[in-house]
Design a protein around this ligand. Structure first.
Ligand code: B16
Ligand code: MG
Length: 219
């Protein structure tokens, strides 16, 4: 029987604003190899894995043939080191508005909570925010072969909770993420503007409530 059993969260842009740090780190890396990216281009990187993001940046600069695989791995590692450095001061104060109380309300209601982030840094980010124990399951980004908009990470998160995808609601701030949730057969709540295909949109995380999640599930 169809019954709401779980809520599956994206990380960057939903739990904390690490998307901004990804942007700063990619912008610097791109500048190092004479490619310029702006915030609008960065939108297309949200939910995209590290290597796929690098490929998109190289394609933007017309440099997709200029680096060997080993060189690309080096570039990706350099971006990641900078990203991790930018996260150094991350603390519970960086949890986006309303998220801590929402996680509590979901758990109190007896629902399960999972994280569907393709970031390999996700466990470290959650720990810095003091939120590790708020999640019942973290999908392992290292085992994912397709980043969003492929549904894989959301399906792995639901399976990890032992919940059928149709009994879960997903929350995302990126277009690729909303598409991933819908392809996984879940109801989707989008955070932000201009997201196409979400079952419900809120303008920011402070508007997310258990009541909205329940309403969306029964649409
Ligand atoms: P990392 P999400 C994604 O996380 C980010 O949106 C994306 O910008 C990033 O490139 C990707 O994780 C990989 O992250 O380099 O830390 O492994 O949106 O799925 O939470
Ligand atoms: Mg996101």
């Amino acid at each position: 029987m169809k019954q709401l059993e779980a809520v599956i969260f994206d990380l960057d842009g939903v739990i904390t604003d690490s998307a901004h740090f990804h942007y700063l780190a990619w912008k610097q890396l791109a500048a190092d190899i004479n490619i310029e990216i702006d915030e609008a281009f960065n939108e297309t990187l949200k939910g995209i894995s590290r290597m796929d993001s690098l490929d998109l940046i190289l394609a933007k600069g017309g440099r997709e043939q200029d680096f060997t695989l080993a060189e690309k791995e080096e570039l990706a590692a350099k971006k990641n080191a900078h990203y991790v450095e930018l996260l150094e001061d991350l603390s519970p104060a960086d949890i986006l508005p309303g998220i801590a109380s929402l996680l509590e309300a979901i758990r109190t209601a007896g629902l399960k909570i999972a994280l569907a982030s393709v970031s390999k840094n996700a466990p470290m980010v959650l720990a810095a925010l003091g939120l590790t124990d708020s999640f019942d399951y973290l999908a392992d980004a290292a085992k994912i072969t397709h980043s969003k908009p492929d549904p894989e990470i959301f399906l792995v998160a639901a399976a990890g909770l032992g919940v059928a995808p149709e009994n879960a609601v997903g929350i995302e701030d990126a277009q690729a993420g909303v598409e991933a949730i819908k392809s996984a057969g879940m109801k989707a709540i989008g955070v932000g503007t201009g997201l196409i295909g979400a079952d419900e949109l809120v303008s920011d995380t402070s508007e997310l409530t258990l009541a909205i999640i329940q309403k969306v599930f029964h649409l």
